[in-house]
Design a binder for this molecule. Structure first.
Ligand SMILES: [Zn+2]
Length: 283
């Protein structure tokens, strides 16, 4: 059995073991050395944020039983995608795939902040009143389905090695937990790390209530996209300890911290609400 076969046949076990290990490390780090004081109890946050993750996993399994890996195997067998057309060998194809998929995730993130209807969905991720590793996983089921469709399209056009798709999923999940972590990272380490990857302090800026800060630092893995495309912000104006996390006008814990409220959140409020091109700086 080749390495690729092993990875594709044990995809769920591989992803789950990385998820559980990284979750455990981050949970310990957050409890030992938190960056900020939480405003909502950790139990309420975790039960509901993890609740939406479980719900999303069930929905995804039901709608797309083959998942991204199934599409990747299909694309590989049918020799679909640019990397097959140009016959790129494994390792270059592997690295190109990881970087390209990360770029698409960045673009998708800018998109969901720019299009009003999509921002309504993405609001569920941003309405969290606190910022910790479970914030990184709370997305509305419709946004999760949309992400999956974009991922399928990317795989079919790109034709990445199957292993690259699994590795990217593991990196994306791990990095989402890391860069949403409510953890203290020495400032000099943060400074060096964020030259390459998105750190918790870098991504926290994106969860500020300030519109101009929310519309910055869209990257999830590599920090280069924000720097190259002009969406990078170094630090929040109010500082990491005094900045307010969340969205203005959506701060009732019943609506933003409890699962039923979160599921209804995209359908609340007037259509004329916040969108990227109608910012109200004085607000
Ligand atoms: Zn966002």
């Amino acid at each position: 059995m080749t390495f690729s076969d092993f990875v594709s046949q044990n995809e769920v076990a591989i992803r789950l073991s990385f998820f559980v290990s990284i979750f455990a490390v981050m949970a310990y780090w957050e409890i030992k050395s938190p960056r900020r004081q939480l405003t909502v109890s950790k139990t309420v946050r975790w039960v509901n944020n993890i609740g939406i993750v479980v719900l999303n996993s069930i929905i995804l399994r039901l709608i797309f039983p083959a998942a991204a890996i199934g599409i990747a195997v299909f694309a590989a067998e049918s020799e679909w995608g640019l990397l097959h057309v140009y016959d790129i060998s494994f390792w270059p194809a592997f690295f190109i795939s990881i970087v390209a998929m990360d770029f698409i995730v960045y673009l998708q993130h800018v998109l969901v902040h720019s299009v009003p209807a999509l921002w309504r969905l993405h609001r569920v991720h941003h309405a969290d009143l606190d910022y910790d590793m479970t914030t990184g996983a709370r997305f509305h089921p419709i946004e999760i389905i949309l992400s999956m469709l974009i991922k399928f399209a990317t795989i079919v056009v790109l034709g990445p090695p199957v292993v690259a798709v699994v590795v990217f999923e593991v990196i994306l999940n791990g990095m989402a937990m890391f860069n949403h972590g409510n953890v203290k990272l020495p400032l000099h380490v943060d400074k060096i790390l964020r030259k390459f990857v998105v750190t918790p302090d870098m991504h926290r800026v994106h969860h500020s209530v300030e519109d101009d800060e929310t519309n910055s630092n869209f990257g999830f893995n590599l920090s280069i996209w924000d720097k190259v495309f002009g969406t990078y912000r170094d630090q929040p104006r109010a500082g990491h300890l005094d900045m307010t996390i969340g969205i203005r006008g959506h701060r009732d814990p019943k609506q933003v911290s409890w699962l039923p409220g979160m599921l209804m959140l995209p359908f609340r409020g007037k259509i004329s609400g916040y969108v990227i091109n109608r910012r109200n700086w004085e607000d």
